[in-house]
Design a protein around this ligand. Structure first.
Ligand SMILES: [Zn+2]
Length: 282
């Protein structure tokens, strides 16, 4: 088990045997997909909009730019998932610190965390400065931040924990999971060069937690993407329902994403949607 891989956002970015579908046709909207108004933009959507506004040239998503994408889920409108999006109350919050390009990737799964977890915050990371709103959040006494990162990379003397224990929980403090949403090499740099995170404990996910997680989900490799790391953290914090919902939501997203790349309609009676319905009904 390689903990180093856990931050890699891997949804289909390197799916073997599937090339960019440059010939994607503009299908009419699938009548089986309920029409829906895109939900109001959440933290990651707002960060994406701000990042796009700073771009000198348009960002071309992998697979070509000819598809009409939904603003609510970033998928081609033929494969929109917005009709199923649901947020679930959670005691914990998630703070996504995102590498520069991350909010622009249509496969970024921090987006899915923001879909499900009501208190999801998202900030762009920069080496030279930290956003004042991020510093204010980290200093907010209502939250107990944990920096989620493999403990072996913590410098000597840094508190490393494997459980979520909130000091002063009786005063209303809630766990806030700080996730470094980036490639592994970027995440290591972010971890080393963010002095404002140094006062918070490092939450190190144990290999057995990760492997147990890998066993119970439907995919077979051991790379965890950002939403899966968030799901594990939520489970550790006792937010089981939000954790399961996030897992099922990732499956629905992945299914729709891959079907779009294959130019096939999403299977609304398939495994991913069946699991989603089961989690919602539980
Ligand atoms: Zn959508």
């Amino acid at each position: 088990m390689n903990n180093m891989k856990i931050f890699r956002d891997r949804v289909a970015e390197n799916e073997p045997g599937i090339g960019p579908s440059s010939g994607f046709r503009k299908h009419a909207r699938n009548p089986a997909i309920p029409m829906t108004t895109p939900p109001p933009p959440h933290a990651v959507a707002r960060l994406r909009t701000a990042r796009l506004a700073r771009s000198a040239k348009p960002f071309l998503a992998r697979g070509g730019s000819t598809r009409t994408r939904c603003e609510g889920c970033r998928l081609p409108v033929t494969h929109c998932t917005c009709a199923w999006r649901t947020s679930v109350p959670a005691g914990a919050g998630v703070c996504l610190l995102m590498a520069d390009i991350e909010p622009l990737k249509p496969t970024n799964t921090g987006w899915l965390v923001a879909d499900v977890v009501p208190d999801t915050f998202a900030f762009g990371w920069a080496r030279t400065s930290a956003c004042p709103a991020l510093l204010a959040l980290l200093a907010d006494p209502r939250w107990q931040p944990f920096v989620v990162f493999p403990g072996e990379y913590a410098p000597p003397g840094r508190a490393v924990v494997e459980r979520v224990h909130v000091e002063h929980a009786d005063e209303g403090r809630r766990p806030l999971f700080v996730l470094l949403d980036a490639t592994w090499s970027e995440a290591r740099k972010m971890f080393r060069k963010s002095p404002y995170l140094a006062r918070f404990p490092v939450l190190s996910l144990r290999p057995e937690q990760v492997s147990g997680y890998v066993l119970r989900r439907s995919r077979r490799d051991d790379h965890l993407c950002t939403s899966e790391v968030a799901s594990l953290c939520l489970a550790l914090a006792g937010d089981a329902r939000a954790s399961r919902t996030l897992d099922a939501w990732l499956e629905v997203f992945t299914h729709h994403y891959l079907q779009a790349r294959h130019q096939l309609p999403p299977a609304l009676d398939g495994d991913a949607h069946a699991r989603w319905r089961a989690v919602r009904a539980a």
